[in-house]
Design a protein around this ligand. Structure first.
Ligand SMILES: Cc1cc2nc3c(=O)[nH]c(=O)nc-3n(C[C@H](O)[C@H](O)[C@H](O)COP(=O)(O)OP(=O)(O)OC[C@H]3O[C@@H](n4cnc5c(N)ncnc54)[C@H](O)[C@@H]3O)c2cc1C
Length: 383
């Protein structure tokens, strides 16, 4: 059998794989390295909308299609909190724009080979990785793998919530949206006894993405998301006439499963498969950028690429919060309203970005009710 040899292989040209590939292209350290990226798909569909917050200009501004400087959170009693995000901006990217941008850079570079094929097996041979992908065989020194381990689906020892949602891009004849502020969480309409809310990204006064979202252990039926969306649009937004231009659906695992335990000297799990999704929020796009840069830094220092990319303090906080949401799912609306209503938004974004001091963390934690969190800590201690 004839093998092609690479220094690095990236399995999956999604958010994580492409981000890592672009970080490699931007660093001259990788100019003389042989790199390959695999994806089973062509990566040209607009299959998701990514949003994230950041201060000032950012590396994706060329593909950002919308930005907002204000966010609205509405509690279960329909009380609204309008938050000025300054110095942050909330930015949105259509995935097809991101894929096109990344693919163009990769193709133009001549440094990274792009292979459209499904990776079927990865084996360790003499400390190197052997990758099999539809009759292609190659050897690589290190593999970055965004396939989610099948063990995750059968694991019963971790907490597993799902962030699941369906959204409609709605267009109206008359002005119905405030394009200067997006709705982060509107808890005025909920699926019974769950952490559920509506998220609205207004593109103009007459067009918005309206998404009904749940953080819960189980999915609901497709028609049930539609019922909730219809109720939100007609009753909460009081829109009588509208067209649905497109829809988006997704499921994001929110779990304390130790995805990163599979990492070793020659393999790093990346993206959702590597625990890059923040378990308590489901956001991962900015983590992807941060963690990719940490990997690059580790490689250049001769360290194991996955060393310290996940910060333990925050994983502990996430696991406690997830434990509360799992066992007291109905508390989510109150907890998120406290989080955004009683803390400066800048501190919350820093906290979710894992950039806060211990004193900041304590201040934020003190705004939450103690009992459910103490019980979660106790459950974790005895489990
Ligand atoms: C609809 C949706 C909306 C989201 N919105 C946000 C958001 O607003 N903000 C945010 O921060 N996060 C968001 N997320 C969460 C997260 O950012 C995304 O899921 C992100 O795409 C995860 O990146 P990833 O690289 O791990 O996975 P993906 O982007 O899904 O990429 C994995 C890639 O691996 C490929 N692949 C899988 N198996 C193989 C194989 N055997 N061989 C070859 N290729 C393979 C797949 O084709 C895919 O291209 C969203 C998720 C979804 C589903």
């Amino acid at each position: 059998m004839e093998y092609i040899t690479y220094d690095y292989a990236i399995i999956g040209a999604g958010a994580a794989g492409l981000n890592l590939a672009l970080c490699m292209l931007e660093d001259p350290f990788f100019d003389d390295k042989a790199i390959v990226i695999f994806d089973k798909d062509l990566k040209n569909a607009n299959d998701r909308t990514w949003c994230f917050w950041e201060k000032g200009a950012g590396r994706w501004d060329g593909v950002v299609s919308h930005k907002w400087g204000k966010a609205v959170v509405t509690d279960t009693n329909t009380k609204q909190y309008t938050l000025s995000l300054d110095p942050f901006t909330y930015k949105m990217i259509h995935s097809d724009d991101f894929y096109r941008f990344a693919k163009d850079k990769i193709r133009a570079s001549g440094i990274i080979d792009w292979v459209t094929a499904e990776v079927e097996q990865v084996n360790i041979i003499n400390g190197a990785q052997e990758i099999q992908a539809q009759k292609r065989y190659l050897i690589t020194r290190h593999t970055f793998d965004s396939r989610i381990a099948s063990k995750f689906n059968h694991d019963t020892s971790s907490i597993k919530l799902l962030q699941h949602f369906k959204g409609w891009v709605v267009e109206t004849d008359a002005p119905a949206f405030d394009p200067s502020a997006f709705v982060m969480m509107d808890f005025s309409l909920r699926w019974k006894d769950t952490t559920s809310f509506t998220y609205v990204l207004p593109f103009s006064a007459t067009k918005a993405l309206v998404e009904f979202t749940l953080f819960s252990p189980d999915l609901i039926q497709n028609e049930e998301y539609d019922t909730m969306l219809k109720q939100y649009v007609t009753e909460i937004l009081d829109i009588k006439k509208y067209n649905i231009l497109a829809s988006e659906q997704g499921v994001i695992p929110m779990s304390d499963y130790p995805f990163h335990h599979q990492n070793n000297d020659s393999l790093t799990k990346i993206g959702t498969a590597g625990a890059w999704v923040k378990p308590s929020s489901g956001y991962s796009f900015k983590n992807t950028e941060r963690y990719s840069l940490r990997i690059i830094d580790n490689i250049k220092k001769g360290l194991v690429p996955s060393k310290n990319i996940i910060r333990k303090k925050y994983r502990y906080y996430d696991s406690v919060f997830l434990n509360v949401l799992y066992h007291r799912n109905e508390l989510g609306p109150e907890l998120f309203t406290i989080m955004y209503g009683k803390n400066p938004i800048e501190k919350i974004f820093d906290f979710l970005d894992e950039q806060t001091s211990l004193l900041d963390d304590i201040r934020i934690m003190n705004t939450f009710p103690k009992a459910p969190f103490n019980k979660a800590v106790f459950r974790k201690l005895v489990s």
